[in-house]
Ligand binder design. Structure first.
Ligand SMILES: *Cc1c(COP(=O)(O)O)cnc(C)c1O
Length: 427
């Protein structure tokens, strides 16, 4: 599939049926897999041979869908996880443990921030959060001898900052560690971080990839470009024998193209069991089949809405990276020339009360704590996800009390503008 465009990979990647086999990806609804001799099964446990034995670790349906996402990103290996949270946790925990340190971009998804700053901190992994606009000097100063990775989001949810992937990759590589990028909002249709020096990509497939609000899921893709053995001291989990797998050394046995995902499956999926259900993987694949058709429409609607809001007298500000004049417009043009995403943030001259009135009067756009599906939805963080914070705390978190986040769906933009207009008139 590799010589085809991403569009064709969306439709046909990951699975090529043989004669008489199902045209659609089969849902392998089975926890276990049969073998005729114990010796044959033993080879699987020793990682001597490829094969399935228990769906907590691997399932063929999941692997077909992971293979499609791997092709879309241009990677060498990939795995599905039960959620985006599990994908980001696994991607970091696969190479960092108690006593280690990670450099992360400060503008990341709230759930990921909590995972890093609270839960992984309890596991003894320390994080330094940097400004996405920091200078190279400031970025380099964040590293420590025990730093194991750098992390950021292509387009941050909900801040809508754009990661300067080349800047972050350069700093990561200068310190002998990989750059991990959460590419959820851009999707491989709009940005392929591996082409800019990123080493590992993660996704919440819950968002645009699924695209219909049907199933929670995640994915990890390895570019295969990071040379673990060249930095063997930093990554003993990949470069020294794993006693729980009969002394296999992942980086030697599976090379730089396969080591990361094999270790992540054999150890973390085995022990934490955050597998995606094959049913959900099937639904995810249906979403992927039209991702390349849907993304341009999400972006088109996002831009129409952002332009309309910017020219409206009741609107105080609009944040949308594809909107000319946005702080991240130049970076968006470089990394995502065909568009960014469908999510737009904006605030009101009338403050919090105006935001509340606006939200109450929307008819087409529903109020949801979700983004990136076919139906337009809206959130006022100050009265929902961030309601425990007062106005000063909100300001410090970069979320003003008048901020509304709108995820533009696939409806006709004229209908969206009409809905937004009538809700603005009520203010
Ligand atoms: C939603 C989201 C996540 C978490 O994904 P879940 O599938 O909800 O666990 C991680 N990163 C980003 C950028 C997201 O938008």
């Amino acid at each position: 599939m590799n010589h085809y465009t991403v569009d064709t990979k969306c439709v046909q990647g990951g699975y090529t049926p043989g004669n008489g086999e199902p045209r659609q990806i089969p849902i392998i609804q089975s926890t276990t897999f049969r073998y005729t001799t114990s010796e044959e099964m033993g080879k699987l446990f020793d990682l001597e041979e490829n094969g399935y034995f228990y769906t907590r670790l691997q399932n063929p349906t999941n692997d077909m869908v992971a293979a499609k996402i791997c092709e879309l990103e241009g990677g060498t290996a990939a795995m599905l996880t039960s959620s985006g949270q599990a994908a980001n946790f696994f991607a970091i925990f696969n190479i960092a443990s108690c006593g280690d340190h990670i450099v992360a971009c400060g503008t990341i998804y709230g759930g990921t921030y909590n995972l890093f700053h609270v839960t992984m901190k309890k596991m003894g992994i320390d994080f330094t959060f940097v400004d996405p606009n920091c200078s190279e000097e400031e970025l380099n100063a964040a590293f420590r001898p025990e730093t194991k990775a750098v992390f950021g989001e292509t387009i941050a949810n909900p801040a809508l900052t754009v990661l300067d992937i080349e800047k972050f990759a350069k700093a990561a590589h200068a310190h002998g560690v990989p750059l991990i990028v959460d590419n959820t909002f851009a999707t491989p249709i709009n940005c392929r971080p591996f082409e800019w020096g990123c080493d590992i990509v993660t996704h919440s497939t819950t968002k645009y990839m699924d695209g219909h609000g049907a199933g929670v899921g995640g994915c990890i893709v390895d570019s295969g470009k990071f040379d673990w053995l060249a930095h063997a001291d930093k990554f003993p989990g990949l470069t020294t024998p794993d006693d729980s797998y009969h002394g296999v050394t992942y980086a030697e046995k599976f090379g730089s193209g396969g080591a990361f995902i094999t270790k992540c499956t054999a150890q973390l999926m085995r022990d934490f069991g955050s597998i995606q259900s094959p049913q959900n993987a099937f639904l995810l694949n249906l979403g992927l089949e039209s991702l390349h058709v849907r993304m341009p429409r999400h972006c088109e609607n996002g831009l129409v809405v952002a332009k309309f809001l910017r020219s409206h007298p009741k609107i105080r500000f609009v944040t949308y990276p594809s909107l000319e004049g946005d702080t991240y417009y130049e970076l968006a043009k470089k990394y995502m020339p065909n568009g960014t995403c469908g999510v737009v943030s904006f605030g009101f001259n009338g403050g919090r009360t105006a935001a509340e009135t606006f939200m109450k009067n929307l008819k087409l756009a529903a109020i949801e704590t979700h983004v990136a599906d076919a139906r337009t939805c809206c959130l006022h963080p100050a009265s929902a996800t961030h309601r425990q914070m007062n106005d000063q705390e909100l300001e410090a978190a970069g979320i003003t009390s008048d901020l509304v986040r709108m995820s533009c769906g696939l409806e006709n933009s004229a209908d969206l503008i009409a809905d937004i207009s009538q809700a603005l008139e009520k203010i």
